[in-house]
Design a protein around this ligand. Structure first.
Ligand SMILES: [Zn+2]
Length: 465
């Protein structure tokens, strides 16, 4: 087997002779195998672009120590007796390195490992064959290894999943579990997520159900592979930001709120599943509509009176579950979706006398005067949203960031701001969802539509459903 990594070869004799060798790590290929037809011994083969033939190091009886403490970070050191070299491995893929060290350990202890049977070529047609059968019988080899880090036990099983349901099970050095793909931390009543979680580069599933989280660290947004985020039964709706209250008026539901800052960067295109049910949420910001890959969104058992108007801009959404909230209407942009199912059960019953469509502006005003002419700021802001840009206070003045956060989405899917009309219409959820779950006897909820132009109003009047 072989791995690609950076290797610094240090000669242990040089310092004792007051000499300093080259301290430079070089891009290398490190192989492990046997010279075909020449010797039954297993060798480590170290090749670089400068030395394509490579240096061979005998394994049996020649490996003095293997330092594997930082193997999970792609680093390890192999100490050889003859020549007195330390092979300092860096920047290796942790999974590949773990496999390599496991095969090396087997070779040292004289075990056969059929999985190591890959052959490598040192460029001079000297075939190295990974058939370890002849290494048997060297039972005393293991005793000669003076230092073998205890963490090498980890090598026997690469940890991909971890379930923590008791405080005693919580690992002290979580960040070292670099190979973790699924992490479950349930029922621990944690109110802040350990930032070490954000340093697990391969994490795909993060299940934090049943805790007391009031916010998530922004660094979650850097988890490139995170597909599933489970946050049910937490307290995300109870968070009172120390800064947001001073930044925004208390009545503005959509003011910038740092508790949703984690919806940014990498996670925006990776997340497929998000469960925010049972969180006492009073609102969900339009920011959530940045999660363009999202297929399942669960918001059940919260205190929502309104959903983000831009939910219909999530092109991949297939399941939307908003049962047991206080929703009086659904967002009009849902019309653009093709859901497999929507659950709107256990929301307030509707007053049957509601007459739809209902224009939500003073009767004395004409639609054209309510719309007015969009300001230059609004025209620019619409364009910024359409281009999918998300400037922060580092890029533009803070009042413009706040302005952008107040975006609404028209029934046509386009963004709008003050120059918009609000209208309640009747829309059968079956027009956008294959399966509709609602309370027995409940009528279709009205739809709150924002309209960006007179032509969108005209379309709604002529084609209300
Ligand atoms: Zn429109």
């Amino acid at each position: 087997m072989k791995i690609i990594c950076d290797i610094e070869v240090s000669n242990r004799l040089l310092p004792s002779q007051s000499m300093v060798g080259s301290r430079r790590a070089v891009k290398s290929t490190l192989g492990l195998g046997r010279l075909e037809g020449k010797s039954p011994d297993v060798f480590i083969l170290h090749q670089t672009t400068q030395n394509k033939n490579g240096n061979k190091y005998k394994v049996c009886g020649n490996v003095e120590a293997v330092f594997t403490r930082f193997a999970a970070e792609g680093k390890a050191t192999i100490r050889l007796r003859t020549p007195p070299h330390d092979l300092c491995i860096r920047s290796a893929d942790p999974i590949q390195l773990n496999c390599f060290l496991r095969v090396l350990r087997n070779a040292i202890s004289g075990q056969t490992d059929s999985k190591s049977g890959s052959s490598i070529n040192n460029g001079k047609s000297d075939k190295l064959k990974g058939d370890n059968s002849a290494v048997n019988g060297k039972s005393n080899v293991k005793n000669r290894i003076s230092v073998l880090s205890t963490s090498s036990k980890l090598l026997s099983s690469i940890k991909r999943t971890l379930k923590v349901t008791r405080p005693s099970e919580y690992p002290t050095n979580l960040r070292s579990l670099k190979t973790l793909e699924e992490l479950q931390i349930n029922g621990l009543s944690i109110s802040r997520l350990d930032r070490q979680v954000t340093q697990l580069p391969l994490l795909r599933v993060l299940d934090l159900n049943d805790n007391c989280l009031t916010s998530l660290p922004k660094e979650i947004s850097q988890l490139t592979h995170l597909r599933e985020l489970r946050l049910a039964h937490n307290s995300l709706g109870e968070h009172i930001s120390s800064t947001s209250s001073s930044r925004s008026s208390s009545s503005s539901l959509y003011s910038t709120d740092d508790r949703w800052d984690w919806i940014a960067d990498k996670i925006v295109s990776s997340l497929l599943f998000l469960d925010l049910s049972h969180n006492k949420l009073k609102y969900v910001p339009e920011t959530i509509c940045r999660l363009k890959s999202l297929m399942t969104l669960k918001l059940d058992f919260n205190e929502l009176t309104e959903l983000p108007s831009g939910l219909g801009t999530l092109p991949n959404l297939r399941l939307l579950s908003v049962s047991s909230n206080s929703l009086h209407f659904l967002p009009g942009s849902l019309k653009k979706l093709h859901l497999e199912a929507i659950d709107i059960s256990e929301n307030p019953p509707l007053k049957t006398e509601t007459v739809l469509p209902k224009f939500l502006w003073p009767e004395t005003k004409s639609p054209a005067s309510v719309l007015g002419i969009p300001t230059l700021v609004e025209i620019a802001a619409r364009r910024v949203v359409q281009l999918g840009l998300h400037p922060t206070a580092r890029d533009i003045p803070y009042n413009l960031v706040t302005y952008l956060s107040q975006v609404r989405f028209c029934i046509c899917g386009r963004p709008c701001f003050e120059s918009s009309l609000k209208i309640l219409i009747s829309m059968d959820p079956r027009s956008f969802a294959y399966s509709v779950i609602k309370s027995a006897g409940a009528q279709n909820p009205p739809t709150l539509a924002y309209l960006c132009s007179l032509s969108c109003l005209e379309n709604t009047r002529t084609n209300p459903h």
